[in-house]
Design a protein around this ligand. Sequence first.
Ligand SMILES: O=C(O)[C@H](O)[C@@H](O)[C@H](O)[C@H](O)COP(=O)(O)O
Length: 597
Amino acid sequence: MTTTLHSTLLALREQIEQRSKASRTAYLNSLPQGPQNRTAVGCANLAHTTAIYPSSTKRVISLHKSPHIGIVTAYNDMLSAHQPFVDYPEKIALHARALGATTQVAGGTPAMCDGVTQGREGMELSLFSRDVIALSACVGLSHDVFDGAILLGVCDKIAPGLLIGALGFGHLPFVFIPAGPMETGLSNSEKAKTRQLAAQGKATREVLLQSEEKAYHSAGTCTFYGTANSNQLMLDFMGLQFPGGAFNLPTSPQRQALIAESVRAIESATRNPALRLGTLVDSRCLMNALVGLMASGGSTNHTIHWISVARAAGYLINWSDLEVISSVTPLLTRVYPNGSEDVNAFHAAGGTAGLLATLINGGLVDGEAPTLWGTSLADTVAEVLPNAETFSTRKPEATRNREILRPHDDPFELDGGIRLMQGNLGRGVCKVSAVKHEHRLVEAPCRVFTDQQQVIDAFDRGELTQPVVVVVAHQGPRANGMPELHKLTPLLGVLQDQGLPVALVTDGRMSGASGKVLSAIHICPEAKAGGPISRLRDGDMVRVDADEGLLHTTANLDEREPMPTPPQAVSHGRGYFQVWRNTVSSAEEGASNLFAE
Ligand SMILES: O=C(O)[C@H](O)[C@@H](O)[C@H](O)[C@H](O)COP(=O)(O)O
């Protein structure tokens, strides 16, 4: 039996359902009634499909004798998190064969590493790559001979992009199979310290490089709780991958067992119409994911991506909804950048299974929401045990380390990790989970920049020596595709550690790895769309108050012209995205080109 859901969450769910009635109904009505029977598919189409198989297998697929499962893979070996996927299609095929099913790689999608592109030109393609991935997943699935599909993608835009694409085929069941985090190397706090020293010229390039290599040292997802690991937690909460399995290491027996178990689950789900993706991703499932995001102080990027995921399933959600969720969801985890330990330590403390269990007990996650496993979230959530032979689990414990994971009734903070910021400078979000209480209010004259390199140059020239609100405008989706401005983290951290009140205000994004400096980000309307931040000038007083959710200036902006728009960069493929920049929706609407009315 599960606890009754918190009344505020029930009321919000009702509001979201009401507001989304027409779009959700249209979405569900657009879905075909279950997978087609392949015996009705044209012979030439089938012959193309099965050309690579031995004749015995050809007939199994063509006569629809058993499930045929597609795989959409975002494998490449630029992303350490995706490298383990190299042999997943083979492993999946073996497990499927044991069940009498067949598999086929339906298609590949691009995947870019924000760690490789951080602060570089490629970062301006990052956000848009989510929709490219969604479109690519659709292209793979357009082969349309499948009874269900497996999604292989972990990192920042890739998992949301795959999910958005898959929702275009919501008449089929889908399962995510992740690969797990890399083992702990140099701690994230040590890595950050060395970066701050380097920013001040106190660590050489060789020292810095060695530090980075010790932190990023093998295959698997980065160990901090950034965007990729927030994805993993949210997909566990949605029951679209095994709830509790996210953070088992790539080489662990648990991970191998999870691959087999996920294939078993999707094979079985092909026979249960109630488990099609379009039905599973309902308002309960989406809200559970967002509660997980808030309870863990996860990545701000998901305040954009999950708006789009919801939209793909016909739901209209906005940042006010996220604020309501945050107001009743206690912060229950401390994982870097919100704490000093990493996701491996979080997993050892109880991980997503422990977090889910306590949130269900506390009436914050709806444990009755169904999972791809065909059982409720409350009945499915478990920790995977290290047994090389079979998949075995145990019921989660609330926590084994209270410094990292807390029960719902003894939280780190009473409310969630992300706050809505609003005022006469627009609406944005702030990740408060990583900002110490004494740094949550900054009122200071601003310095206005239109590029993160300008901030770095000003810092290097020794100009940032007074309390300051650093404004970086023209970083929104319409301007330059909304890059993450994570390169600012070390230098803003240096200023804060020197005792200066410092805050960041931008219409751009920050990385999931950013945290300790007060940052009001994703500001809408963005400067390129004529938002108020385009009228700020050096010296204007700006108040950033995360406790009150306030973003305000005393300057009279009405009397000002917007600042000139910087020229658009076109090198490194950015010119090809000009059309997308012109038409993209705002960050609060999901920064997407896929849902144009
Ligand atoms: O949103 C995120 O989680 C980040 O974009 C992440 O994907 C990226 O790898 C970081 O830039 C690495 O962070 P560090 O450079 O601080 O290690």
